[in-house]
Write a protein that binds this ligand. Sequence first.
Ligand SMILES: N[C@@H](CCC[C@H](N)C(=O)O)C(=O)O
Length: 299
Amino acid sequence: MHGLGNDFVVIDGLRQQVRLSADDIRLLADRRFGVGCDQVLLVEASQDPRADFRYRIFNADGGEVQQCGNGARCFARFVRDQGLTRKDAIPVETLSGLITLHVQQDGQVRVDMGAPILEPARIPFRAAGQALRYPLKIADQLIEIGAVSMGNPHAVLLVEGVAQAPVQSWGPIIERHADFPERVNVGFMERVAPDHIRLRVWERGAGETLACGTNACAAVVVGRLWSLLASKVRVSLPGGDLLIRWEGPGQPVWMTGPAVTVFEGTWRTDTARRMHATGNADPDSRIAAGAAGRTRIPE
Ligand SMILES: N[C@@H](CCC[C@H](N)C(=O)O)C(=O)O
């Protein structure tokens, strides 16, 4: 599935037993040796009586993370299309708490992403105290960032134009900056108008993606705190547009956008592992491993 080109392998962990190691996730996410995706999403049962499902998120590097905005919209589409629920408002448990996904009549999904977290220790970010802007030393330069958690950590920088922004060079440096002990997602924001920004994102554990829902929320929060933006903002990402709404501190951030299913298939972890280890190029095995197959998920 994808949300504006931020792509996912979504797995039903309700009707089948799913056990994936970090190596399995990396192989599944590999664009040449696996299926290829930015994140793997797992649908599970929740123990929380307020939630209908548990939504687990794994970056392409195999690490489990707290939140994913584009994935949340795909998660809603998936559980509806697979007949796992008929609800229009779906409460789901994530590592960072409960979020509610609203499937709209027009097929778009609107998500209450919760209130942003601004206290540095909770992002987590090493800073002397909470501030609107923080200096950050990268290589021999001092840059200015906003830092926010949307359940997962984000740094946002203002740039003159996203086309020339140093996403590929600064992104990985900021992602692993010592002041972000759990690493960070990095957004390069260009203000077009009070109700419109352009954004490119270097994602923790995935590299530059075509869109990042949580970073779009974080960018609007930072832009609002810096008095640059209105409360409703169109965020243009390389993969398309999101609508983000934030009324101010303490209020939830709302994200609206599309979610698309591309194909369904079967992935046999044992065969995939074996093939990857031996470099087996037998075309029949390739199909068995799901690397080239187009099959329906068995009932
Ligand atoms: N693509 C996602 C964010 C996925 C997780 C992120 N890379 C992290 O490590 O926190 C989105 O749309 O929000």
